[in-house]
Design a protein around this ligand. Structure first.
Ligand code: GDP
Ligand code: IMO
Ligand code: MG
Length: 423
């Protein structure tokens, strides 16, 4: 399988990084294809916990070439903090390649993000305030600054000063917080010089790697239902996490891709605003947050909890051409008397099996559940499918039947080795 895509099948934080770390063993390149430092990807190795935002989750293996693809928006401050932190812990980032076509994030993007959120009052999207939406907006307006521009230091300095000055005028006119242009120019000129050696032609690099017989792993950030086109708009991110975005964001073509792994939790979480049909607002939800430690890796925000939703997962299969699922956090249900699986939405006297086109309907749908008994025992030591209690096996079979693709990897704990191959 030369090219594999890993994509979140829900609203993010499904455990993509853990699965990517696992699959990295057999891949030569790990490539982030969209998003930016709004992502928080956690890998746990023994007592060490790595929280990655921009660096691909394959970084922990020496043999992996980590690549930041053209579809990513790069905040240099975060990138170099991350590199410094990893290198202090003995993980070399020298192999990293950043696409010359990736767009850069600057402080005015964060200022605009904060201003837009403040202006929305009660209708806040609940963004990460990292400037992601404004950076992609600049890309679409064709005024963005790309990583390749740092290779010409004097042209970059002019363009940086021009943009910072113009943005400051616009921020002042909008009544937003203004910036210190000179300080920005000074800081980002230094960062740009540091970025230059990492910048490269990643499209050629990846095609050459493929031709040379390497296996490539394309790492999605965020998730299917945060996709700008297919998610719960406007409560989405500003890029395309769905597998089509993996082609656009790397320069590989659709026919290069062989395997597409959708990651789902055994339940569902969401951070920020927006509809959530299976949301749990009661003490069971609190229990999920508590045992699943459902607090954001980046912002520390509490994630909203709910039951697994096969209507969403069926749609994720369609939108991404998923060939399989990886289901994480099955262990979080170890002490639950009962678990529920949403298999349809009841609305206006009918039952929908497929995700509605009108997102507004999601506020009114009533989930149809199949209730399953819990297993009341720890899955922590389970490494073989046959060791799983019958109730956990029934749960996995029900999800597979309802969603229509096999589950291959099952997570039973946060650590690197806490998983089993189910099929
Ligand atoms: P990502 O954004 O999809 O990479 O996911 P995050 O790293 O933001 O959040 C997933 C969290 O669940 C992290 O804290 C992981 O360490 C943890 N995790 C991943 N898989 C499992 C699992 O199977 N069981 C448990 N208990 N935790 C897991
Ligand atoms: P990973 O890769 C969960 C959410 C934000 C907000 C919306 C828009 O760790 O799964 P943005 O800052 O992107 O404009 O915010 O998207 N969001 C995430 N939720 N996991 C993420 O990343 C997310 N990245 C963005 O909470 O609702
Ligand atoms: Mg995350």
């Amino acid at each position: 399988m030369p090219v594999t895509v890993v994509v979140g099948a829900q609203w993010g934080d499904e455990g993509k990084a853990k699965v990517i770390d696992l699959l990295s063993k057999e891949h030569g390149y790990v490539v982030r294809y969209q998003g930016g430092h709004n992502a928080g990807h956690t890998v746990v190795v023994g007592d060490e916990r790595y929280a990655l935002q921009l660096i691909p989750s394959g970084i922990l293996y020496d043999h992996v070439v980590p690549v930041i693809g053209n579809g990513v928006v790069v905040d240099m401050v975060t990138l170099f903090n991350e590199i410094d932190t990893l290198e202090r812990r003995g993980i070399s980032c020298a192999r990293l390649i950043v696409s010359s076509h990736a767009h850069l994030i600057f402080p005015w993007h964060q200022a605009w993000d904060a201003h837009a959120e403040a202006g929305r009052g009660d209708d806040k999207i609940g963004t990460t305030l990292k400037g992601i939406g404004p950076a992609y907006a600049d890309k679409a307006r064709r005024v963005g600054i790309r990583a390749g521009e740092v290779l010409d230091a004097s042209a970059f300095a002019i363009s940086l000063k021009d943009r910072a000055t113009a943005e400051n005028v616009a921020l002042a006119a909008a009544g937003a917080t203004v910036l210190d242009v000179d300080a920005i120019v000074e800081q980002f000129t230094v960062l740009a010089a540091r970025l230059a050696p990492y910048v490269g032609d990643t499209v050629s690099e990846l095609h050459d790697a493929l031709a040379a017989g390497h296996q490539l792993l394309l790492e999605g950030a965020q998730a299917t239902f945060l996709d700008l086109d297919h998610g719960t708009y406007p409560y989405v991110t500003s890029s395309n996490p769905t597998s089509g975005g993996a082609c656009v964001g790397t320069g590989l073509g659709p026919r290069d891709i062989d395997r597409i792994v959708g990651i789902t939790k055994a339940y569902t979480t969401r951070v920020g605003s927006g509809p959530f049909p299976t949301e749990l607002l009661d003490e069971l939800g609190e229990k999920l947050v508590d045992i699943g430690r459902e607090f954001g890796t980046v912002t520390g925000r509490r994630r909203r909890p709910g039951w697994i939703d096969c209507v969403m997962l069926r749609q994720a299969v369609r939108l991404n051409s998923l060939t399989e699922l990886a289901l994480t956090k099955l262990d979080v249900f170890d002490t639950f008397e009962q678990v529920r699986v949403c298999v349809g939405y009841r609305v206006g006297g009918t039952t929908l099996r497929h995700y509605p086109d009108r997102i507004e309907l999601l506020a009114d749908v009533e989930p149809v559940y199949i209730d399953m008994p819990g297993w009341n025992q720890s899955l922590a030591a389970v490494r073989e499918p046959g060791q799983l209690p019958a109730q956990a096996q029934d749960f996995l079979r029900l999800v597979e039947r309802e969603v229509g693709v096999p589950i291959r990897i099952v997570g039973v704990g946060a650590e690197r080795d806490d998983y089993l191959l189910w099929s």
